[in-house]
Design a protein around this ligand. Sequence first.
Ligand SMILES: *[C@@H]1O[C@H](CO)[C@@H](O)[C@H](O)[C@H]1NC(C)=O
Ligand SMILES: *[C@@H]1O[C@H](CO)[C@@H](O)[C@H](O)[C@H]1NC(C)=O
Ligand SMILES: *[C@@H]1O[C@H](CO)[C@@H](O)[C@H](O)[C@H]1NC(C)=O
Ligand SMILES: [Fe+2]
Length: 440
Amino acid sequence: MAMTANTALVFFLLVAGASILSLPPPSLAVTSPYVRPKPRATLSLLKDDDDDGGRKPEQVHISAVGSDKMRVTWITGGDAPATVEYGTTSGQYPFSATGSTNTYSYVLYHSGNIHDVVIGPLQPNTTYFYRCSNDTSRELSFRTPPASLPFKFVVAGDLGQTGWTESTLRHIGGADYDMLLLPGDLSYADLYQPRWDTYGRLVEPLASARPWMVTQGNHEVEKIPLVEPHPFKAYNTRWRMPFDAGASPSGSNLYYSFDVAGGAVHVIMLGSYTDYAAGSAQHRWLRRDLAGVDRAKAAFVVALVHAPWYNSNEAHQGEGDDMRAAMEELLHGARVDAVFAGHVHAYERFARVYGGKEDPCGAVHVTIGDGGNREGLAEKYGDPQPAESAFREASFGHGRLEVVNATHALWTWHRNDDDEAVVADQTWITSLASNPACNK
Ligand SMILES: *[C@@H]1O[C@H](CO)[C@@H](O)[C@H](O)[C@H]1NC(C)=O
Ligand SMILES: *[C@@H]1O[C@H](CO)[C@@H](O)[C@H](O)[C@H]1NC(C)=O
Ligand SMILES: *[C@@H]1O[C@H](CO)[C@@H](O)[C@H](O)[C@H]1NC(C)=O
Ligand SMILES: [Fe+2]
């Protein structure tokens, strides 16, 4: 797992060089007084602390499994037990659970031991203290999500691991929220596997304290013809999601769904980089999943994809069109309330849309791919702004969705304005399940 200072430096220079060379010319058409920042380089100071012979747990993150369990995932350099000890009082661990350990190899890289333990049943809206691999030197804690509304999500895409990522993470850390949703592009390791480890360390303070529910982006594929023919090797081993839990198990880590707030919100994680065409396993699963959603109970249904289905930015124009053609009708039929996407490194919010046009019973589409990765911002927009595009801006930031009650959810976009978080856009989203005109 260790990366020497020299390799790190060489890699840093390559990456920094590449991102500077590939930068588009700065746009002069500024629509707000806020001067957009330049990309920031990949952080290079995240050292591997190997003094303990590799036994110390690191890169801890958690994800919700069903309504009352949590998966704890972490990595040790050497052999260590796949055990989590936990309880509701600091320093006391009346419960423990054991899980499994996996590793993977990628070209010449060998991962550490990736441990995966599901703990519970847990009480809702409760702080748990825990430690991994019986490590007595470090106690972590998380808060379980509440079993009823209100429920607070943070949504952040295309994070990477730069100074802007740090800024975004700091702002998220300052929020009171229950769960983080990530619409793809996590580490920007881009085949260089130690970057998955530095990313794991960077996000640990947040990802070990609240469930992080993620889906894949193009940067997770990491396929190399002949050499590494299997896609998603690192992603699937390091970021295992609850695809086999809940009411409609999907059988693939690349798409899954889950309920929160006692079933008041149903979240669907779709896979933009695995087959989604009619007749595919994902398409059949989505149909099954939506058929099982009872809108009398699920006040809000939201979906996440990576490549946006609606996008007026010049970056990645049209890349989500095939998936939209394959799946939008299913989501519309189920009156899905909102779709969050990443991929385009900017923020854009659309009105309710369906079939390319405004539709009062369609989903609100939001691109929130502005987490802060090294590729920088996508600053060129198509002109004129389409009528259905309600707000668009190329700035780093994150979003929050607070489902207040069975009819109302407040969406806010928090821009990293010179490292300060500023609410730059907000709108109320009302549940389509409670709209008689959409449920004839
Ligand atoms: C780790 O802790 C658990 C629970 O406290 C205990 O049952 C187990 O024997 C310990 N394992 C090791 C290898 O120390
Ligand atoms: C969660 O717990 C906090 C503090 O105990 C309380 O204020 C809040 O209302 C609870 N939330 C829910 C949804 O039960
Ligand atoms: C739901 O929340 C909205 C926004 O705060 C409020 O206007 C509405 O009255 C609430 N509905 C109920 C049933 O409390
Ligand atoms: Fe992407």
